[in-house]
Design a protein around this ligand. Structure first.
Ligand code: CUA
Length: 335
């Protein structure tokens, strides 16, 4: 794990973007996250005050009414039936507190949901799969996986709107510094939006138990300066690299069952079950964040994904060593 974190840090530095390594709801860096941060602090303050008052009453009662050493009677204390005023007070006050909390929460939720989009918006369709994220950019006609590239919005004039869908079970999108959780539900489209204030890499994860590898359904939002985002999108729109020196390796890849699940634009590989691999090497991680995208990890992953991510849908293809060499060298060319 340490090795992973360190490698991820080094890679983030290589990409020139700061890495927000601890996903912290108390350090919001986007509008929805900030609204939710304020309500979290408000609720914590109220519940904290209740905790202190109730705790203090219990402790003072325990001390004041403890058994004294000179008290030898084994009788029950006198049983008094209460006071209407006190009972009304301790019923009405909590009800009022609950209504205040409901009202404030509803206002923040409505405020985030009904916020009018700024002039410049990017639309993304995010589709949850067991156990990875498909990321579609309909305006750019490109598809990637697990790493959501967006423009940063230092002036609040750009936002990214996410249509959230699921292919199988319920997942939940959560990037704590950017927004609260929103579920991805089969046969339904949910919406959320983010406007990262600073360029950088924001870590998130699936926040709804969705099966064996739920914990390894990680995602990262990579917020670029607007120009850099355009550059990234232009690179991703290009068809896959076609190095003539690798035509044999490519033919080997195309002859294997890989193509039933994976797509590489401009080749015979048009599978839709697993992540699109057209620009695989532009990603920082493989297996939805379970490994950093290094040649050794890629080779180990293709050889047997079940080692790194037991239960994942990609089987070990039991490739021979020469086949593995060819597939990996082809994949490494997909810059
Ligand atoms: Cu997807 Cu948990």
């Amino acid at each position: 794990m340490f090795e992973y974190a360190l490698a991820a840090l080094l890679q983030a530095q290589a990409s020139g973007l700061p890495m927000h390594r601890i996903a912290n709801i108390f350090k919001p860096l986007a509008t929805p996250a900030e609204s939710e941060y304020h309500i979290a602090v408000f609720v914590l303050a109220i519940t904290g005050a209740i905790f202190v008052v109730v705790g203090a009453l219990i402790i003072s009662t325990l001390i004041r009414f403890r058994r004294r050493s000179d008290d030898n009677s084994h009788q029950e204390p006198p049983q008094v039936y209460g006071s209407n005023q006190i009972e009304v007070a301790w019923t009405v006050i909590p009800i009022l507190i609950v209504f205040v909390l409901i009202g404030v929460s509803a206002r923040v939720i409505a405020g985030v949901e009904n916020a009018s989009p700024p002039a410049s918006t990017l639309h993304i369709t995010l589709i949850g799969h067991q156990w990875w994220w498909e990321v579609e950019y309909p305006d750019f006609k490109l598809i990637t996986a697990n790493e959501i590239h967006v423009p940063a919005s230092p002036d609040g004039k750009t936002a990214t709107y996410l249509n959230l869908q699921s292919m199988d079970v319920i997942h939940s999108f959560w990037v704590p510094q950017l927004s609260g959780k929103t579920d991805l539900i089969p046969n339904r489209t949910n919406y959320t939006w983010i406007d990262p204030r600073e360029p950088g890499i924001y870590l998130g994860n699936c926040a709804e138990y969705c099966g064996t590898q739920h914990a390894n359904m990680l995602l990262r939002v990579i917020a670029h300066k607007p120009d850099d985002f355009e550059k990234w999108a232009a690179e991703q729109q290009k068809p896959a690299e076609d190095d003539p020196q690798l035509s044999e390796a490519r033919a080997a890849f195309e002859s294997l069952a890989c193509v039933n699940c994976h797509a590489v634009r401009g080749t015979a590989a048009v599978g839709k079950v697993g992540p699109d691999l057209t620009h695989l090497m532009s990603r920082q991680t493989i297996g939805a964040g379970v490994l950093t995208n290094t040649p050794e990890h890629l080779r180990a992953w293709v050889n047997d994904p079940q080692q790194a991510k037991p239960g994942c849908m990609m089987p070990s293809m039991k490739l021979t060593s020469p086949q593995l060499d060819q597939v990996v060298s082809y994949l490494e060319s997909l810059k």
